[in-house]
Design a protein around this ligand. Structure first.
Ligand code: FEO
Length: 153
């Protein structure tokens, strides 16, 4: 595969079934693909800064939204999840500082971003989505049971 051909693409296998979150994840893939293009075309520092800063900005936005959702759901593994987010944001901030100082983005970074995102969505994000669905199901069953108890006396 040539460098011009991106390998950063969304797959339906990554879908969590939570529409808003899936849309945000798709956009993250799109932004990482922009970085791929910047590396492949040997973009200058300003253009590279723009794509990495945009990834950093949107990542922070997405993580904040997801963390708020997890807090509201009283997600049992919130703290570990948040720690993963913080580590990732710190890595992007480090890369942005490097670009600012004149360092080019590396292919290794591209692989890291893509692999991290895929693993994080497939395992870490999926865990809260599954727990959320379990709670929803339990709440539905409990209200159904209450209804029939009332109905049947
Ligand atoms: Fe969707 Fe935990 O990032």
């Amino acid at each position: 595969m040539g460098l011009s051909q991106s390998t950063v693409a969304w797959s339906n296998d990554y879908a969590l079934g939570l529409a808003e979150i899936d849309e945000q994840h798709k956009f993250l893939f799109h932004l990482i693909d922009d970085i791929w293009r910047a590396v492949a075309s040997k973009a200058d520092r300003d253009a590279t800064m723009k794509v990495i800063a945009e990834l950093e900005r949107y990542t922070v936005t997405h993580f904040a939204a997801e963390e708020a959702f997890m807090r509201e759901q009283l997600y049992s593994r919130y703290q570990e999840h948040r720690a993963e987010h913080e580590k990732f944001v710190a890595r992007i901030a480090l890369e942005r500082a490097g670009v600012k100082a004149g360092k080019p983005l590396s292919l290794e970074l591209l692989h890291f971003l893509r692999d991290w995102l895929v693993q994080h969505i497939r395992f870490t994000d999926r865990a809260y989505a599954d727990e959320f669905r379990d709670h929803e199901k339990a709440a539905m069953q409990s209200s159904l049971a209450k209804f029939f108890k009332r109905f049947l006396g």
